[in-house]
Ligand binder design. Structure first.
Ligand code: NCD
Length: 396
């Protein structure tokens, strides 16, 4: 029997597979306004145990446009989870009713656990502050649509990069697609170690922690922001001088803005010190032909005036979530075929590590009655939780 395919991490798909998904999504666009019978008779179980507007509705719209049907659960309080049912038992049950499961869950690693227990393919629609790989498909697809390519772009990730799960999957993907990534965040809200390490380890990528030499003394990213981290394939794309980035000469193709993930903060300052993206911000030379992306919801990071600026493409980005999710569901259900080298599987550590996952919000530390810690090793000696990727501090 063919092994079922899940989509838990952006790393589960190779670059070649993602590029073919884009071609399938292009084809799906013609079925946005009229239905297509490709998935007639199939049922999608949509389990959203955290708030969602775009992700849930675009998945459900995608399934409906393909002629399939949707069963949905959006509130744990009205399900058996409220009676103490484990996630493993919940997905085993939903897998009896649906052909594919889309899961959003507040705990990191929950989607991997679900995939292991579910008899049908599982799609990660956001697992805590870990990953959001289908948002990344949508982000990459939007970039390709607007810029004609992804390789060679200079992209700024701007906002809460610590808990913003969309930026984790996106930073990994952009690095692998040959784009350069400049991370600008409040000091306590930079990319987590597991993402930064993996970006830096991508073939051809160099990681640089940089100061910012601000334009004429005006701090372009906000008064508190004095530095950033750059993952670059080619230093010459960036105005670097003595370890500093000359803000006045910067060229940015896309700025990806995220909101502060207030619901996930663990005592970090919640002062939004980054400058809001408004017309004055976009007037700078660096952003002349830069598109502005945001996974949404926006709170106050992007001024409403930018909605009328052709560079503000975040609603188009939300719209493109439908064809790309149509492509993904059809592929995982075996109704579209992709001939491309698959992604390399992640090798688990065989030897017992005797360590625990350090992340209290990881599913392995929540569903403790049946889950055992599991690990993988990205670099020799760097042990990471298999569920949430948190780097395990070396033992005594
Ligand atoms: C994001 C999410 O849920 O992670 N939204 C989305 O899926 N489009 C971003 C966010 O909540 O800030």
């Amino acid at each position: 029997m063919k092994r079922k395919r899940d989509f838990i991490s952006i790393k589960d798909f190779s670059r070649g597979e993602i590029e073919i998904l884009f071609v399938i999504a292009d084809k799906m666009k013609q079925f946005l306004r009229r239905s297509h019978g490709l998935l007639a008779g199939y049922v999608m179980g949509s389990l959203f145990l955290e708030p969602s507007t775009r992700t849930r509705l675009s998945f459900e719209a995608a399934m409906n446009r393909l002629g399939g049907r949707v069963i949905t659960m959006t509130d744990a309080r009205s399900s058996s989870i409220a009676k103490g049912e484990s996630l493993a038992d919940s997905v085993r049950t939903v897998g009896c009713y649906a052909d594919i499961i889309v899961l959003r869950h507040p705990n990191e690693g929950a989607a991997l656990l679900a995939a292991e227990y579910s008899p049908v393919p599982v799609i990660n629609a956001g697992d805590g502050g870990h990953e959001h790989p289908t948002q990344t498909l949508c982000d990459l697809y939007t970039l390709r649509h607007n810029k004609g390519r992804i390789a060679g772009l200079n992209v700024i990730l701007y906002g809460d990069l610590k808990y913003g799960r969309t930026t984790h999957s996106l930073a990994l993907a952009l690095s692998r697609f040959g784009a350069d990534v400049l991370c600008i965040a409040e000091t306590a809200l930079g990319l987590p170690l597991f993402v930064a390490r993996e970006c830096a380890a991508t073939e051809g990528v160099e990681a640089l922690d940089l100061g910012i030499d601000n334009e004429g003394g005006i701090a372009i990213f906000g008064p508190g922001v004095t530095g950033g981290t750059l993952f670059t394939h080619d230093r010459s794309r960036w105005p670097l001088r003595d370890g500093k980035l000359a803000a006045a000469e910067l060229h940015c193709d896309a700025i990806y803005v995220t909101r502060l993930q207030r619901e996930r903060l663990q005592g970090e300052s919640d002062a939004a010190v980054l400058a809001p993206v408004d017309e004055a911000f976009l007037e700078r030379k660096a952003f002349t032909d830069s598109v502005v992306l945001h996974p949404l919801p926006r709170v106050d990071e992007i001024d409403y005036a930018v909605d009328d600026d052709p560079r503000g493409i975040y609603f188009e980005q939300a719209a493109l979530g439908v064809p790309i999710r149509m492509a993904l569901i059809s592929y995982l259900l075996g109704r579209e075929y992709i001939e491309a080298e698959p992604a390399a599987p992640i090798a688990e550590l065989e030897r017992p590590v005797g360590a625990r996952c350090p992340n209290a919000n990881c599913i392995v530390n929540v569903e403790t009655s049946y889950l055992r810690p599991r690990f993988h090793e990205s670099d020799p000696g760097i042990v990471q939780c298999r569920y949430c990727d948190a780097v395990v501090p070396p033992g005594p």
